[in-house]
Design a protein around this ligand. Sequence first.
Ligand SMILES: [Zn+2]
Length: 296
Amino acid sequence: MWKQLLKLRDTAKQYLSCRICDGKSCSFWFDNWTPFGDLYSFLGATEHQRLGLPLDSTVAKARTRDGWIFRGGRTDNVELFLSHLAEVEINDEARDCFLCASPNGNPKERFILAETWKLFRPPNPVVPWHNQVWFIGSIPKHSFIMWLGCLDRLPTLSRLRNWGIMEDDTCFVCDIYFETRVHLFLRCPYSFDLWRWYFTRLQQHFIGFNTSDRFLAWLKSPTIEAHSDTLRLIAAHAVVYAIWHERNARIFKGIRTPVEGLFPLLDRGIRNSCSARRHIPKFKDLLQLWFQGAPF
Ligand SMILES: [Zn+2]
């Protein structure tokens, strides 16, 4: 593990700089104390011999009472560096200060992991459906499949065919249409029956979804009762997960569950989810709400 961390030194070095004061703790060749990065890389691996300054020298070692010990340079980079040195002020009364880069461009004396992570991996723009995928009380494995589905990252047969991995992308659930994301989750006859059941249980008129955008927009639209939003989401997640699970069971295990057999399993799963989360305010009356849509 330590070897792996040491391999990241070059990456980490670009986020660490040194504000020169007395120059006694800053490495002349390897610390980042000029705008050019470390001088060993900028000036060249052999320049320390010409300047007569060993590789373990500090910045303080490069100075005498009369100033910097360098004279004119042979390369453009050395000339550039020497012209910068004229602007560097040494303060023997204070110690060098090592600074960590921050996203706003002002290096800080304190290392903050969250800010360094933002520099290392800039955040992507916030997607409009994040609250419909990740919310308090959501079931992680359901949210995960929902998230991959929203990003269109699930390995549907049509995607595998486009990658040249599969030749036939006929849907394993209906054996009729191509298995695209929209078909599998929204338009496949099997999924269609599941969504019809879902809307019945929510006591709402059935709406067919032609695109994933319409589906997500519907999930986001407000309902009359705020807590039924949560029921709508938790049940939709369960349906999406059940479709993906059924599809995989058919492909990899050869097990086919008729859609009528899935209704009681989904019902029990959603009841258990609501019951287990009844301590969360948004889930307080959800079980009762779910029972209201149950057939007698
Ligand atoms: Zn299908």
